[in-house]
Design a protein around this ligand. Structure first.
Ligand code: GSH
Length: 250
């Protein structure tokens, strides 16, 4: 009933027979905004890439709003307009179903809850916990430490060493975890949110010239995942805001 109440006055007018969990799902779908979701994204942003992969895996059509992290470009995150989109002035943000959601983890959970096709969280609680362990390792113990804003504060002289240090520290743990959990993909043989987080993080690692030889499992999984269409179509080098010198010719 609590979930039903959250649907507002519209739901309260429903006949009793509709008030089942199945019909709640139907009502949710019917109330989803008919307009295309808008993704605020920057081509090299690994957090934006996570959401682009999830949208592609779930076959959700969306409009991209290229939002630069660099003030020298137009439409950057420091405009007053974007401040209204994301108070943290970071990407990604996703406008969907009449709401604007920020933070890749929150966004991907929302997508999985409202668009369950090609689920990125396994049903089994242990597998699900393992997926979340990998997601949080990358999302809170690696990426925030090598985020562009942090590197800017560290300064040009030291920032590459800094990024490599924290990525390598995280990858040492991640390699051990994945050597136990992985099958074809990060957790068993099904694509999950862990895969969605892994590939963009490896992209960052390579960008900062991290030595990948100590991480054979990470390298294997990254290569396997990059063969998949959802990872290819969302790749930074095929984004509309990718500068021509990096753009992949198709
Ligand atoms: N926890 C957030 C982190 C978002 C974040 O750090 N985004 C980076 C790009 S990957 C950003 O916008 N950084 C701001 C900047 O570089 O100015 C998420 O997962 O979406």
């Amino acid at each position: 009933m609590a979930a039903l109440r959250q649907l507002g006055s519209r739901a309260l007018q429903l006949p009793q027979i509709w008030k089942t969990s199945a019909s709640i799902a139907l009502v949710r779908n019917a109330s989803q905004d008919a307009t295309k979701p808008i993704l605020y994204s920057y081509w090299t942003s690994s957090c934006s890439w996570r959401v682009r992969i999830a949208l592609a895996l779930k076959d959700i059509d969306y409009e991209i709003r290229a939002t630069s992290l660099l003030k020298k470009d137009s439409n950057h995150v420091y405009t007053t307009d974007f401040l209204k989109v994301n108070p943290m002035q970071t990407v990604p943000a996703l406008h969907i179903d009449g709401n604007t959601l920020c933070d890749s983890i929150a966004i991907i959970h929302y997508l999985d809850e409202t668009r369950p096709q090609n689920a990125v969280l396994p049903q089994d609680p242990v597998q699900r916990a393992k997926v979340r362990e990998i997601v949080f390792l990358i999302g809170s113990a690696i990426q925030p430490l090598q985020n562009r804003l942090v590197l800017e504060t560290i300064g040009e002289e030291k920032n590459m060493d800094w990024a490599r240090h924290w990525i390598s520290r995280g990858f040492r743990g991640l390699e051990r975890i994945l050597s136990q959990s992985s099958g074809k993909y990060c957790v068993g043989d099904e694509i999950s949110m862990a895969d969605v987080f892994l590939v963009p993080q490896v992209f960052n690692a390579l960008r900062y010239k991290t030595d990948m030889t100590p991480y054979p499992t990470i390298v294997r999984l990254n290569e396997e995942l990059l063969k998949l269409e959802s990872f290819k179509v969302s790749h930074p080098h095929v984004q509309p805001d990718c500068p021509p010198k990096f753009a992949k010719k198709s």
